[in-house]
Design a protein around this ligand. Structure first.
Ligand code: 5GP
Ligand code: ZN
Length: 112
């Protein structure tokens, strides 16, 4: 379920410290180490997979759960005026960590 060498799996296992914002048995939300907006959070499933193309029933249920939870977490993180979700997929998108993650960006007016 978790990958031995994946940096985000290490964060889930507590082997690498992170600034946690929300955690339950299915997902973890923590602050991005190199924020690209005033508020920049990463939401990850507690289930290692790389890409949306690897979706199966269990993974899609977790992603669905995350997408329902994110508005609550965003609200509690002060993003009452809106926010942007980004899921980078592959090299052209600049994906650097191959454990599926949802960027939550906000806290300011974002350029497109
Ligand atoms: P990607 O480019 O793969 O969509 O996003 C990966 C994100 O993970 C980047 O925004 C990067 O700053 C963040 N990141 C990489 N390593 C760490 C880490 O060890 N801790 C935290 N909190 N964020 C990380
Ligand atoms: Zn992982």
């Amino acid at each position: 379920m978790l990958d031995k060498d994946c940096i985000f799996c290490k964060i889930i296992r507590g082997e690498i410290p992170s600034s946690k914002v929300y955690e339950d048995d299915k997902m973890l939300v923590f602050k991005d180490i190199e924020p690209k907006a005033k508020v920049h959070l990463l939401a990850i499933p507690k289930n290692h997979f790389k890409l949306l193309s690897e979706m199966d029933k269990e993974r899609s249920e977790i992603l669905n759960y995350m997408l329902k939870k994110i508005p609550e977490i965003a609200n509690e993180s002060g993003l009452k005026n809106g926010y942007r979700l980004v899921i980078n997929q592959g090299d052209d998108a600049g994906q650097t960590v191959f454990h599926l993650h949802v960027h939550i960006l906000g806290g300011e007016t974002l350029d497109w």
